[in-house]
Design a protein around this ligand. Sequence first.
Ligand code: G3P
Ligand code: CA
Length: 278
Amino acid sequence: MTFARQHRIQVVAHRGASEDAPEHTLAAYKKAVEDGADALECDVRLTADGHLVCVHDRRVNRTSNGRGAVSALELAELAALDFGSWKKDHDEVAEGEGPDWEGSAGDEVTSVLTLERLLELVAESNASGRRVQLAIETKHPTRWAGQVEERLLLLLKRFGLDAPPAQGPSPVRVMSFSARSLHRVRAASPTLPTVFLMQFVLPRHRDGRLPEGVGIAGPGMRILRNHPAYVAKLKRAGHQVHVWTVNEPEDVELCAELGVDAIITNRPKQILSQLSQL
Ligand code: G3P
Ligand code: CA
């Protein structure tokens, strides 16, 4: 199917360029910036000693050589783990060849990444003229009630990113499946854009209206495949639409056809290339 694209779709690197390098490592984010991603997506969790680190799962078992919940480990304990080597076993590579990311500087491909370091990367990139935005997802174990958002806003404040002007694009946005988490963020920083992530559409959101104050809708790709008309409802209700996780060419086509605003993907380079040809 071919069609003229009405507007430019933003490409957001999901956990960095996570198809090409271990997710949530500095190597994956540097690769995403190099590949031309418009924005970087990351999940954040609090360590036992109160640091925000970029880790998706509640536990470190899948993406490191350690075991246990992030919330039960201190940053120094996480720093002693290898967050990169699991991908070698996971990826299928041709015999005699290493994976693409193996050549990356050692620590960058194996160390746990703090949100602070990722914010530094974004600041460095923007200072050098390569503008890139950051979409931060709060993963929020209930035991931390409010502390993830509190620490996040303190950190954003240190980087001068907690209160972007209401007009113009914000360098940072906060995403969550939890309306309460987004509400906490908006209460502290009303101009910080928020994205309400949806795995499925609850009856109260069927008309396209989202929780009070949320500007951006974040439906999963499955919602678009099953209910493509939902995008128009969200747009009529005044929301931008950022879709996750879009890795397949036919899904990219559908997103473009429906006029979504951003595609969140593990493969920013390939998706940018496909979009440039639509
Ligand atoms: O960008 C939203 C998407 O990341 C939500 O799902 O499980 O990958 O955090 P998950
Ligand atoms: Ca995420």
